[in-house]
Design a protein around this ligand. Structure first.
Ligand SMILES: *Cc1c(COP(=O)(O)O)cnc(C)c1O
Length: 363
Protein backbone atom coordinates (compact mmCIF):
# COMPACT_ATOMS: atom_id res chain seq x y z
CA UNK A 1 0.00 0.00 0.00
CA UNK A 2 1.43 3.41 -0.92
CA UNK A 3 1.38 5.80 2.04
CA UNK A 4 -1.32 8.47 2.03
CA UNK A 5 -0.90 11.97 3.41
CA UNK A 6 -2.94 12.55 6.59
CA UNK A 7 -5.43 15.45 6.50
CA UNK A 8 -5.77 17.74 9.51
CA UNK A 9 -7.95 16.36 12.32
CA UNK A 10 -11.66 16.66 11.56
CA UNK A 11 -11.36 17.35 7.82
CA UNK A 12 -12.56 13.91 6.75
CA UNK A 13 -15.59 14.28 9.07
CA UNK A 14 -16.92 17.26 7.09
CA UNK A 15 -20.09 16.52 5.14
CA UNK A 16 -19.63 18.39 1.83
CA UNK A 17 -22.18 21.09 0.96
CA UNK A 18 -24.81 19.82 -1.50
CA UNK A 19 -25.93 22.53 -3.93
CA UNK A 20 -29.53 22.77 -5.15
CA UNK A 21 -30.30 20.33 -7.95
CA UNK A 22 -30.52 21.66 -11.49
CA UNK A 23 -30.96 18.47 -13.54
CA UNK A 24 -33.42 15.57 -13.65
CA UNK A 25 -33.03 12.43 -15.75
CA UNK A 26 -35.19 12.41 -18.84
CA UNK A 27 -36.61 15.90 -18.31
CA UNK A 28 -35.68 18.56 -20.84
CA UNK A 29 -37.34 21.66 -19.39
CA UNK A 30 -36.25 22.36 -15.86
CA UNK A 31 -37.83 24.85 -13.47
CA UNK A 32 -35.03 25.46 -10.97
CA UNK A 33 -36.40 26.57 -7.61
CA UNK A 34 -33.65 25.01 -5.51
CA UNK A 35 -30.98 27.70 -5.03
CA UNK A 36 -32.75 30.97 -4.13
CA UNK A 37 -31.62 32.60 -7.37
CA UNK A 38 -33.25 35.75 -8.77
CA UNK A 39 -35.33 34.39 -11.68
CA UNK A 40 -35.51 37.84 -13.29
CA UNK A 41 -31.73 37.92 -13.53
CA UNK A 42 -29.22 40.72 -12.94
CA UNK A 43 -29.33 44.31 -14.12
CA UNK A 44 -28.86 44.49 -17.92
CA UNK A 45 -26.15 47.05 -17.15
CA UNK A 46 -24.24 44.37 -15.23
CA UNK A 47 -24.39 42.05 -18.24
CA UNK A 48 -23.07 44.82 -20.51
CA UNK A 49 -20.23 45.56 -18.07
CA UNK A 50 -19.38 41.86 -17.88
CA UNK A 51 -19.15 41.61 -21.68
CA UNK A 52 -17.03 44.74 -21.90
CA UNK A 53 -14.56 43.30 -19.39
CA UNK A 54 -13.58 40.62 -21.92
CA UNK A 55 -10.96 42.89 -23.50
CA UNK A 56 -8.95 43.09 -20.27
CA UNK A 57 -8.73 39.41 -19.35
CA UNK A 58 -4.96 39.35 -19.88
CA UNK A 59 -4.59 41.83 -16.96
CA UNK A 60 -4.80 41.03 -13.26
CA UNK A 61 -7.88 42.45 -11.54
CA UNK A 62 -7.64 45.39 -9.11
CA UNK A 63 -6.76 43.53 -5.93
CA UNK A 64 -8.03 46.42 -3.78
CA UNK A 65 -11.54 46.22 -5.31
CA UNK A 66 -11.53 50.04 -5.16
CA UNK A 67 -14.32 50.69 -7.69
CA UNK A 68 -16.63 48.05 -6.25
CA UNK A 69 -16.03 49.23 -2.68
CA UNK A 70 -16.74 52.81 -3.81
CA UNK A 71 -20.03 51.76 -5.43
CA UNK A 72 -21.09 49.84 -2.31
CA UNK A 73 -19.98 52.70 -0.05
CA UNK A 74 -22.12 55.19 -1.99
CA UNK A 75 -25.17 52.97 -2.32
CA UNK A 76 -25.20 51.68 1.27
CA UNK A 77 -23.75 54.89 2.82
CA UNK A 78 -20.80 53.11 4.42
CA UNK A 79 -17.07 54.00 4.65
CA UNK A 80 -15.19 52.30 1.78
CA UNK A 81 -12.15 51.69 4.00
CA UNK A 82 -14.22 49.38 6.20
CA UNK A 83 -15.45 47.21 3.32
CA UNK A 84 -13.93 44.00 2.00
CA UNK A 85 -15.03 42.07 -1.09
CA UNK A 86 -14.85 38.34 -1.58
CA UNK A 87 -15.51 35.44 -3.90
CA UNK A 88 -19.08 35.21 -2.64
CA UNK A 89 -19.88 36.07 0.96
CA UNK A 90 -19.06 32.40 1.62
CA UNK A 91 -15.38 33.20 1.21
CA UNK A 92 -15.59 36.09 3.69
CA UNK A 93 -17.43 33.93 6.25
CA UNK A 94 -14.61 31.40 5.87
CA UNK A 95 -11.92 34.09 6.23
CA UNK A 96 -13.50 35.43 9.42
CA UNK A 97 -13.43 31.95 10.93
CA UNK A 98 -9.88 31.33 9.69
CA UNK A 99 -8.72 34.55 11.34
CA UNK A 100 -10.51 34.21 14.67
CA UNK A 101 -11.39 30.56 15.46
CA UNK A 102 -9.22 27.45 15.56
CA UNK A 103 -8.69 24.26 17.53
CA UNK A 104 -10.40 24.42 20.91
CA UNK A 105 -12.61 27.38 19.91
CA UNK A 106 -16.35 27.36 19.33
CA UNK A 107 -18.43 28.89 16.55
CA UNK A 108 -22.06 29.32 17.57
CA UNK A 109 -25.20 29.64 15.42
CA UNK A 110 -28.86 28.66 15.64
CA UNK A 111 -30.19 25.13 15.04
CA UNK A 112 -31.42 25.71 11.48
CA UNK A 113 -28.72 28.23 10.58
CA UNK A 114 -26.88 28.37 7.24
CA UNK A 115 -24.67 25.27 6.73
CA UNK A 116 -21.51 27.07 5.68
CA UNK A 117 -20.89 28.25 9.29
CA UNK A 118 -20.51 24.62 10.29
CA UNK A 119 -18.38 23.63 7.29
CA UNK A 120 -15.93 26.52 7.71
CA UNK A 121 -15.73 26.03 11.49
CA UNK A 122 -14.86 22.37 10.95
CA UNK A 123 -12.36 23.15 8.22
CA UNK A 124 -10.41 25.36 10.61
CA UNK A 125 -10.56 22.88 13.48
CA UNK A 126 -13.08 24.90 15.51
CA UNK A 127 -16.12 23.25 17.08
CA UNK A 128 -19.53 24.14 15.64
CA UNK A 129 -22.17 24.63 18.37
CA UNK A 130 -25.90 25.14 17.77
CA UNK A 131 -28.58 26.74 19.94
CA UNK A 132 -32.25 25.69 19.81
CA UNK A 133 -34.75 27.84 17.90
CA UNK A 134 -38.32 28.82 18.76
CA UNK A 135 -40.93 28.60 15.98
CA UNK A 136 -38.14 28.04 13.44
CA UNK A 137 -36.69 31.42 14.46
CA UNK A 138 -33.36 32.15 16.15
CA UNK A 139 -33.80 32.49 19.92
CA UNK A 140 -31.59 35.13 21.54
CA UNK A 141 -31.86 33.62 25.03
CA UNK A 142 -30.83 30.17 23.77
CA UNK A 143 -27.91 31.67 21.84
CA UNK A 144 -26.70 33.63 24.86
CA UNK A 145 -27.06 30.55 27.09
CA UNK A 146 -24.83 28.59 24.69
CA UNK A 147 -21.94 31.06 24.88
CA UNK A 148 -18.87 29.69 26.71
CA UNK A 149 -15.37 31.08 27.29
CA UNK A 150 -14.41 29.24 24.08
CA UNK A 151 -16.96 31.01 21.88
CA UNK A 152 -15.18 33.20 19.32
CA UNK A 153 -17.89 33.98 16.75
CA UNK A 154 -21.71 33.91 16.79
CA UNK A 155 -23.30 33.80 13.33
CA UNK A 156 -26.85 34.94 12.71
CA UNK A 157 -28.39 34.89 9.24
CA UNK A 158 -31.14 37.48 9.34
CA UNK A 159 -33.43 36.66 7.67
CA UNK A 160 -32.32 33.05 7.83
CA UNK A 161 -31.88 30.49 5.08
CA UNK A 162 -33.56 27.92 4.91
CA UNK A 163 -36.36 29.04 7.27
CA UNK A 164 -37.03 32.51 5.83
CA UNK A 165 -37.73 33.83 9.33
CA UNK A 166 -36.21 36.97 10.84
CA UNK A 167 -35.43 38.61 14.16
CA UNK A 168 -36.50 42.22 14.70
CA UNK A 169 -33.51 44.49 15.19
CA UNK A 170 -34.43 45.00 18.87
CA UNK A 171 -33.67 41.29 19.40
CA UNK A 172 -30.40 41.49 17.45
CA UNK A 173 -29.39 44.41 19.65
CA UNK A 174 -30.22 42.37 22.75
CA UNK A 175 -28.03 39.55 21.41
CA UNK A 176 -25.10 41.89 20.82
CA UNK A 177 -25.53 43.50 24.25
CA UNK A 178 -25.51 40.07 25.93
CA UNK A 179 -22.36 38.83 24.18
CA UNK A 180 -18.91 39.41 25.65
CA UNK A 181 -17.27 42.34 23.87
CA UNK A 182 -14.48 40.16 22.44
CA UNK A 183 -16.92 37.72 20.79
CA UNK A 184 -17.58 38.60 17.15
CA UNK A 185 -21.20 38.75 15.98
CA UNK A 186 -21.37 37.79 12.28
CA UNK A 187 -24.61 39.15 10.81
CA UNK A 188 -25.33 37.39 7.52
CA UNK A 189 -27.59 39.72 5.53
CA UNK A 190 -27.75 37.70 2.30
CA UNK A 191 -31.47 38.52 1.90
CA UNK A 192 -31.45 42.04 3.38
CA UNK A 193 -32.37 43.68 0.08
CA UNK A 194 -35.67 41.75 0.03
CA UNK A 195 -36.71 43.13 3.42
CA UNK A 196 -39.57 45.59 3.80
CA UNK A 197 -40.46 44.97 7.48
CA UNK A 198 -39.85 48.22 9.41
CA UNK A 199 -38.59 46.22 12.43
CA UNK A 200 -35.68 44.92 10.33
CA UNK A 201 -32.12 46.25 10.13
CA UNK A 202 -29.17 44.36 8.69
CA UNK A 203 -26.85 45.25 11.59
CA UNK A 204 -24.59 47.95 10.10
CA UNK A 205 -25.35 50.30 12.99
CA UNK A 206 -23.79 47.75 15.37
CA UNK A 207 -20.60 47.82 13.30
CA UNK A 208 -20.61 51.60 13.28
CA UNK A 209 -21.17 51.79 17.04
CA UNK A 210 -17.84 50.02 17.41
CA UNK A 211 -18.87 46.68 18.84
CA UNK A 212 -17.18 43.66 17.27
CA UNK A 213 -19.82 43.01 14.66
CA UNK A 214 -19.37 42.07 10.99
CA UNK A 215 -22.18 42.35 8.42
CA UNK A 216 -22.07 40.19 5.28
CA UNK A 217 -23.88 40.95 2.02
CA UNK A 218 -23.90 39.11 -1.29
CA UNK A 219 -24.56 39.86 -4.95
CA UNK A 220 -25.77 36.27 -5.39
CA UNK A 221 -29.36 36.81 -4.29
CA UNK A 222 -31.40 39.89 -5.26
CA UNK A 223 -28.60 41.20 -7.52
CA UNK A 224 -28.84 38.01 -9.57
CA UNK A 225 -25.10 37.36 -9.98
CA UNK A 226 -24.37 34.07 -8.18
CA UNK A 227 -22.44 32.85 -11.23
CA UNK A 228 -19.84 35.60 -10.71
CA UNK A 229 -19.31 34.94 -6.97
CA UNK A 230 -19.33 38.40 -5.34
CA UNK A 231 -19.85 39.12 -1.66
CA UNK A 232 -18.83 41.92 0.66
CA UNK A 233 -18.58 42.65 4.35
CA UNK A 234 -18.58 45.75 6.55
CA UNK A 235 -16.51 45.44 9.72
CA UNK A 236 -14.45 47.39 12.25
CA UNK A 237 -11.07 48.45 10.82
CA UNK A 238 -9.08 46.02 12.99
CA UNK A 239 -11.07 43.05 11.60
CA UNK A 240 -10.88 44.29 7.97
CA UNK A 241 -7.12 44.52 8.45
CA UNK A 242 -6.88 40.85 9.53
CA UNK A 243 -9.09 39.59 6.70
CA UNK A 244 -7.03 41.49 4.13
CA UNK A 245 -3.88 39.80 5.42
CA UNK A 246 -5.15 36.29 4.75
CA UNK A 247 -7.28 36.65 1.63
CA UNK A 248 -5.99 35.75 -1.78
CA UNK A 249 -4.73 39.04 -3.32
CA UNK A 250 -6.95 38.68 -6.42
CA UNK A 251 -9.95 36.95 -4.84
CA UNK A 252 -12.53 38.77 -6.98
CA UNK A 253 -11.99 38.46 -10.74
CA UNK A 254 -12.20 41.43 -13.11
CA UNK A 255 -15.49 40.55 -14.90
CA UNK A 256 -17.07 40.17 -11.43
CA UNK A 257 -15.69 43.54 -10.30
CA UNK A 258 -17.00 45.31 -13.43
CA UNK A 259 -20.44 43.69 -13.36
CA UNK A 260 -20.68 44.14 -9.58
CA UNK A 261 -20.22 47.92 -9.84
CA UNK A 262 -22.97 48.19 -12.46
CA UNK A 263 -25.31 45.94 -10.44
CA UNK A 264 -24.87 47.84 -7.17
CA UNK A 265 -25.46 51.17 -8.94
CA UNK A 266 -28.72 49.94 -10.53
CA UNK A 267 -31.04 50.13 -7.53
CA UNK A 268 -34.08 50.52 -9.81
CA UNK A 269 -33.48 46.95 -10.94
CA UNK A 270 -33.19 45.80 -7.31
CA UNK A 271 -36.53 47.44 -6.46
CA UNK A 272 -38.19 45.77 -9.42
CA UNK A 273 -36.94 42.35 -8.31
CA UNK A 274 -38.09 42.99 -4.75
CA UNK A 275 -41.59 43.97 -5.93
CA UNK A 276 -41.92 41.07 -8.39
CA UNK A 277 -40.76 38.66 -5.70
CA UNK A 278 -43.23 39.97 -3.11
CA UNK A 279 -46.18 39.52 -5.50
CA UNK A 280 -45.17 36.00 -6.48
CA UNK A 281 -44.25 34.95 -2.92
CA UNK A 282 -47.73 35.98 -1.80
CA UNK A 283 -49.37 34.01 -4.62
CA UNK A 284 -47.28 30.85 -4.06
CA UNK A 285 -47.77 31.00 -0.28
CA UNK A 286 -51.55 31.41 -0.61
CA UNK A 287 -51.87 28.60 -3.16
CA UNK A 288 -49.83 26.09 -1.11
CA UNK A 289 -51.70 27.06 2.07
CA UNK A 290 -54.92 26.45 0.14
CA UNK A 291 -53.68 22.91 -0.61
CA UNK A 292 -53.52 22.34 3.15
CA UNK A 293 -49.81 22.70 3.87
CA UNK A 294 -48.13 24.99 6.37
CA UNK A 295 -46.03 27.70 4.71
CA UNK A 296 -43.62 29.39 7.12
CA UNK A 297 -44.06 33.17 6.81
CA UNK A 298 -41.17 34.29 4.63
CA UNK A 299 -39.31 37.59 4.28
CA UNK A 300 -37.12 36.31 1.46
CA UNK A 301 -37.18 34.92 -2.09
CA UNK A 302 -38.08 31.41 -0.96
CA UNK A 303 -40.68 29.67 1.19
CA UNK A 304 -40.24 26.79 3.61
CA UNK A 305 -43.18 24.39 3.47
CA UNK A 306 -44.03 21.57 5.88
CA UNK A 307 -45.00 18.43 3.91
CA UNK A 308 -44.44 15.96 6.77
CA UNK A 309 -43.02 12.47 6.33
CA UNK A 310 -43.63 12.64 2.57
CA UNK A 311 -41.32 15.61 1.96
CA UNK A 312 -38.55 13.65 0.23
CA UNK A 313 -41.06 11.73 -1.91
CA UNK A 314 -42.72 14.95 -2.98
CA UNK A 315 -39.34 16.46 -3.91
CA UNK A 316 -38.65 13.41 -6.08
CA UNK A 317 -42.09 13.56 -7.71
CA UNK A 318 -41.64 17.26 -8.46
CA UNK A 319 -38.21 16.54 -9.95
CA UNK A 320 -39.75 13.95 -12.29
CA UNK A 321 -41.93 16.77 -13.59
CA UNK A 322 -38.89 19.00 -14.01
CA UNK A 323 -39.46 21.18 -10.92
CA UNK A 324 -36.41 21.24 -8.66
CA UNK A 325 -36.89 22.23 -5.02
CA UNK A 326 -34.51 21.92 -2.08
CA UNK A 327 -34.56 19.17 0.51
CA UNK A 328 -33.44 20.53 3.87
CA UNK A 329 -32.82 17.40 5.97
CA UNK A 330 -29.19 18.58 6.30
CA UNK A 331 -30.61 21.56 8.22
CA UNK A 332 -32.47 19.24 10.63
CA UNK A 333 -35.73 19.91 8.76
CA UNK A 334 -36.52 16.53 7.14
CA UNK A 335 -40.28 17.21 6.97
CA UNK A 336 -39.87 20.44 5.03
CA UNK A 337 -38.96 21.54 1.51
CA UNK A 338 -37.50 24.91 0.59
CA UNK A 339 -38.97 26.34 -2.59
CA UNK A 340 -37.43 29.42 -4.24
CA UNK A 341 -39.80 31.96 -5.77
CA UNK A 342 -39.57 31.86 -9.57
CA UNK A 343 -41.13 33.93 -12.34
CA UNK A 344 -44.94 33.85 -12.58
CA UNK A 345 -44.69 31.17 -15.25
CA UNK A 346 -42.29 29.04 -13.19
CA UNK A 347 -44.46 29.32 -10.09
CA UNK A 348 -47.52 28.25 -12.05
CA UNK A 349 -45.54 25.22 -13.24
CA UNK A 350 -44.61 24.47 -9.61
CA UNK A 351 -48.22 24.71 -8.41
CA UNK A 352 -49.45 22.48 -11.26
CA UNK A 353 -46.70 19.93 -10.58
CA UNK A 354 -47.59 19.89 -6.88
CA UNK A 355 -51.19 19.06 -7.77
CA UNK A 356 -49.89 16.12 -9.82
CA UNK A 357 -47.78 14.65 -7.02
CA UNK A 358 -49.20 11.22 -6.22
CA UNK A 359 -47.88 11.53 -2.68
CA UNK A 360 -50.05 14.59 -2.12
CA UNK A 361 -53.15 13.00 -3.62
CA UNK A 362 -52.76 9.99 -1.39
CA UNK A 363 -52.38 12.14 1.73
C1 LIG B 1 -26.73 32.50 -0.40
C2 LIG B 1 -26.29 32.74 0.98
C3 LIG B 1 -25.00 33.20 1.28
C4 LIG B 1 -23.88 33.46 0.36
O1 LIG B 1 -23.82 33.27 -0.87
P1 LIG B 1 -22.57 33.62 -1.79
O2 LIG B 1 -23.04 33.17 -3.10
O3 LIG B 1 -21.39 32.86 -1.27
O4 LIG B 1 -22.35 35.09 -1.68
C5 LIG B 1 -24.66 33.46 2.58
N1 LIG B 1 -25.54 33.26 3.56
C6 LIG B 1 -26.78 32.84 3.34
C7 LIG B 1 -27.70 32.68 4.48
C8 LIG B 1 -27.20 32.54 2.04
O5 LIG B 1 -28.42 32.08 1.84
Amino acid sequence: MPKQPTPQPGISDIAPYTPGKSKADGVSRIVKLSSNENPWGPSPKAITAFKESAGELHRYPDGSHAALRAAIAETYKLPAAQLICGCGSDELIGLLIAAYAGHGDEVLYSAHGFLMYKIYAQSHGATPVTAAEKNLTADVDALLAAVTPRTKIVFLANPNNPTGTMLPFSEVRRLRAGLPEEVILGMDAAYAEYMTDPAYEDGVSLVTEGSNTVVFHTLSKIYGLPGLRIGWAYAPTHIIDMLNRIRSPFNVNSPALEAGVAAVRDQAHVSLSRENNAVERERVSAAITEMGYHVVESHTNFVLVKFGAQAATIAAQLAKQGVMVREVAAYALPEYLRISIGTAEENTALLNALKHCAALQAA
